[in-house]
Design a binder for this molecule. Structure first.
Ligand SMILES: Cc1ncc(C[n+]2csc(CCOP(=O)(O)OP(=O)(O)O)c2C)c(N)n1
Length: 286
């Protein structure tokens, strides 16, 4: 069972991160992909602040775990998770996000932002890059893991399944895929047009070990991350993270209107209020 002090520490980070996402969504004049940012917040905190071996002071360490954000439209979520870990400065993100020449683009660019492991934004490509990195690690005898976060809608892309098949064929136990299974795409719900179910079975059929987890339950996230098979294992693992798009903000949750958007002052106050109340409720300080 997860150490409860550690879980509380991570929950507090996720709470801070949600508030910073809302702050940025209000400050930035254009649309922010806030729905899918809020759905993967807890998972990214669990990875960057607990599960992954990363060090902001040594970003070239060959033994570091690699994180690839295949759902590149969620870049700001990754920037903030990394800022809280000491890679970047949140005030700088807030000041420059999305501006011409800013390193903090709407989609991540590894050339402009050292510490980011891959450039993304065109959906479907991250898992193939992660497979290449995992194969390379094996060739070099490096024991780190490669983590790749995908959107569930993103996995409609055929390249994901080519990569999935390659990963199991090459026995890449050092590869951990994650799917933000919020059951929403850009303008529709899963099942409206495309039906992804039986979703876990598809990954299993492609030779992966699938572990399902509530992507908002920090206890569960810590437990499954701590119990991941060794990187020398012979099967890639998929963490199927069941999440809610817009998690924590009542008017955004499960609302297809909030794939991306901007917040006025008044709505941002309501959003912050929701986030603060939920945190207080969970921490039992109401
Ligand atoms: C190849 C490609 N096609 C279309 C888009 C536009 N697009 C950006 S986000 C998105 C929806 C993605 O849905 P999902 O992966 O479920 O993301 P989430 O709901 O977690 O934000 C689409 C179609 C894109 N970025 N790349």
């Amino acid at each position: 069972m997860a150490d409860q002090n550690e879980v509380k520490r991570l929950e507090k980070l996720a709470y801070t991160m949600r508030k910073q996402l809302i702050q940025l969504c209000c400050a930035y004049p254009g649309p922010v992909h806030i729905g899918g940012d809020l759905s993967m917040t807890d998972v990214l905190i669990a990875l960057f602040h607990h599960g992954m071996k990363v060090n902001p002071l040594d970003i070239q360490d060959p033994n570091r775990d690699r994180f690839l954000l295949s759902k590149g439209h969620g870049a700001v979520c990754m920037y903030i998770a990394m800022a809280l870990r000491g890679f970047f400065d949140f005030d700088k993100i807030l000041e420059t996000y999305g501006q011409v020449d800013s390193a903090y683009g709407m989609h991540p660019c590894k050339v402009q932002l050292p510490g980011v492991e891959c450039s993304s934004g065109s959906l479907g490509q991250g898992l193939a890059m992660a497979v290449g990195m995992a194969i390379s690690a094996r060739h070099r005898g490096e024991g780190h893991r490669v983590f790749c976060m995908m959107g569930d809608g993103e996995t409609c892309e055929g390249e994901i399944w080519e990569a999935a098949q390659t990963a199991s064929s090459y026995h890449l136990g050092n590869l951990v895929g994650l799917v933000d299974r919020n059951k929403q795409f850009m303008t529709s719900y899963d099942g409206d047009f495309i039906n992804l179910e039986p979703y876990a079975d598809k990954w299993i059929a492609f030779g992966w070990r699938v572990i399902e987890v509530d992507g908002h339950d920090m206890n569960a996230l810590v437990d499954v991350i701590d119990a991941l098979p060794d990187s020398g294992d012979d099967k890639p693992t998929l963490l199927l993270c069941h999440t809610v798009k817009g998690k924590g903000v009542s008017f955004m949750e499960k609302n297809v209107g909030w794939h991306a958007g901007s917040l006025c002052e008044e709505d941002s106050k309501c959003a912050l209020n929701d986030i603060e109340s939920e945190y207080a409720r969970n921490e039992g300080v109401e």
